[in-house]
Every structure is written in C-alpha cells, then in structure tokens.
Ligand binder design. Sequence first.
Ligand code: AMP
Length: 215
Amino acid sequence: MNIILLGPPGAGKGTQARTLVDKRDMIQLSTGDMLREARTSGTEMGQKVAEVMDSGGLVTDEIVIGLIREKLEGDKQGGFIFDGFPRTLPQADALADLLAEKGETLDAVIEMQVDDAALVSRIAGRATCGSCGEVYNDVTKPIPADGVCPVCGGKEFKRRADDNEESLKVRLMEYYKKTSPLIGYYYAKGQLASVNGLAEIDEVEGAIARVLDKT
Ligand code: AMP
C-alpha cells in the first residue's frame, strides 16, 4: 500500500509516518529529511538547497522528483509513505508517472487538517531526538525532564533551522499557494481522505488506521 500524508508544516505528518513505519512496516519517504541530508553534502547543490530551505521556499521540482525516483528503486516492504511530497501539481503528476512505471498504485491520500494558529505554536516548540528522530514538542509532548529520549536513550535533541516564525510564514504561504491545490486534485481523483490533525496523537493514529483498513 502506498500513501501520501498531506498537510501544512507542523500538521504531524512526520509523527504519524513514524507510527506507520513501526506498525505496518512501511517505508517513510520524507523529501524534507532527504534534503536535510543533501544540504550537509558540501556540494554546490547542497549549498543552494540549504539557502532555499532556510528561507522557507520550495526546492525545485526537478531535485525532489530525482530524490524520490532513486528511493522507489529500493525495497518497498509494506509500501511507501510519501511525507512532504508531492508539494506541487507537477510533483503530483511525476509521482503518478513514477508509480505507473513500477506497476504500483497510490492507495490513499490522507489530508491532515489543522488551523494556522496551532501550527505556529507546534512548530516553534518542535524538537527531535538526534539519535532516533522521535518528535517532541514543548507543549504537547515535552522532552523528558531527565533529558533522555525514552525511545532510544539518546541525550541530544535538535531543533530545525527553519522552525522559526519568519520562515514559517513563507512555508505556510508556499503551502497555500502551491501545495493546497493538491487537496482538490486528489479529491477529484477519488483518493482523498481527511482527518482532524488537531486531535490527540493516538486519535489521529486511529483515524488514519481506519482509512487504511478500508482501503
Ligand atoms: P519538511 O521537512 O517537509 O517540512 O521540509 C522542509 C523544507 O524542505 C521545505 O520547507 C522545503 O524547503 C523543502 N522541501 C521538502 N519537501 C519538498 C518538496 N516536495 N518540494 C519542494 N521543497 C521541499
């Protein structure tokens, strides 16, 4: 089963993708994570990617489609979770073509609905474990007081360079201008399911599970 998690920055796509990886043996394909890796490569491309990401803008379709194409060559286990991809209509068309080439299907597109006010506080308080990537939030899921990640025992936590209010404004605008049209696109294709991303994490998990079990 291959699915897309669709929603603005801070909607909880990464958190839910991690659960699906654990529970359904799926593979998370986060273009954001791939680009964060690329930016540390020291290449000219990495430098350009870093500048765009820090500003909150979108990296070119060509680059992200290339990254996804490479990953689709590998093992697919319980299927792919596209997290943060596609973000534009050309990316959505490219994904359809790539999956068709592989004889694969897109089985569900899950829109995680949240309001903008919630996004600002979620993103401003976000941190991840430097070892296992577990996501924390100062308000909804604080880093434990002993400073130790209960998942892996890690003691270092990272905050993203683009998780600040200024960059968030640009990221939200990019989302509404370029990514939100995908909601209509997938609705028209009969593939869209929407869940309330503002519910408790395990409730969102349940809502997603119900969509996938019906698919
Ligand atoms: P994310 O981790 O998904 O919030 O992505 C972080 C940043 O990476 C975004 O603000 C963009 O600059 C870039 N990015 C991630 N995925 C894409 C994509 N599919 N298309 C273009 N840029 C992307």
